[in-house]
Design a protein. Structure first.
Ligand code: ZN
Length: 280
């Protein structure tokens, strides 16, 4: 199958920024992937180039403040944009342009959601961020697992397509160099095992360490991503994720995680969030 790319989410970070995240489909090549991001007022174009030559990333933030034709004068922001905004992303794999792929154009707002839903969503996102920050939340670092890129040179076996080292310092068991993407700092609430309904009657040790985490909706997490409690350095592996929706717009996500044992390779990963401001 040929390489493909699709959006995982396009979410407004009111009032000036838009966060977008994508997934690659069948990224079989090992090496560096390059991305181009474009924006348009129409799904048919014309397309305005926002970023070219972006190497190896799974997300991009379109910041309206960065753009000379969208000055921060209190007038132009996401609330005042009357028209729809569309994005598209093109990926070039290590083998070059001949194998490139492009997302379908995707709008920021769903067609069915009007201004009220957008205002409500923004309000909820804001409230939730405040609640998480001030009342019962903890600071979390979300580390998305690498699912494409340069394969591990120390332990990846090309023939069996598996990792051969349990404690690999290059891929941390993911088979890809560096293992995880840079951390994104967010806020969430962690419900300890006592509050989690047991999923099965199995006496499996993993069941005992299952937690439920509610966190803000950017970035969207997937199975096997890492969530690190910044204050305690406790590390969780995501087992499943579901969105909480408001008129088809999610404001937070709920994930079931298993707490990783301290001796595991995931604890050897350096997670430095000092230079990373929270997204919201
Ligand atoms: Zn490795």
């Amino acid at each position: 199958m040929a390489l493909g790319i699709k959006f995982a989410q396009i979410i407004p970070l009111f009032p000036y920024r838009v966060f977008m995240q994508w997934d690659l489909i069948d990224p079989t090549e090992s090496g560096s992937y390059t991305f181009t991001i474009e924006r348009s007022g129409s799904s048919a174009g014309p397309w305005e180039l926002l970023q070219a030559g972006l190497q190896n990333n799974y997300n991009h933030i379109d910041d309206f403040r960065d753009q000379p034709d969208h000055p921060v004068d209190g007038k132009i922001n996401l609330f005042s944009l009357q028209r729809q905004v569309y994005y598209r992303v093109t990926v070039v794999p290590p083998s070059g342009c001949i194998n490139q792929a492009q997302t379908d154009p995707q709008g920021l707002y769903r067609v069915s959601a009007g201004p009220l839903a957008d205002g409500l969503r923004r309000r909820l996102q804001h409230d939730e961020a405040i609640i998480f920050q001030r009342l019962n939340g903890v600071r979390l670092a979300v580390l998305k697992r690498r699912r494409w890129g340069e394969r591990c040179t120390m332990c990846y076996d090309v023939l069996t397509k598996t990792v051969t080292k349990e404690h690999c310092p290059e891929c941390y068991g993911t088979s890809f160099k560096l293992g995880y993407w840079d951390p994104v700092v967010t806020f969430g609430r962690i419900y300890p095992p006592n509050n989690v309904m047991p999923q099965t009657t199995s006496k499996d040790k993993k069941e005992a360490s299952q937690h439920l985490i509610t966190l803000l909706d950017v970035p969207m997490v997937q199975d096997q991503d890492l969530i690190v409690e910044i204050d305690t350095n406790e590390r969780h592996r995501v087992e499943s994720q579901k969105q909480t929706e408001l008129r088809r717009k999610s404001v937070h996500q709920q994930v079931t995680t298993s707490l990783i044992d301290r001796g595991s390779v995931e604890y050897e990963l350096m997670v430095d969030t000092r230079e990373v401001p929270p997204l919201l």
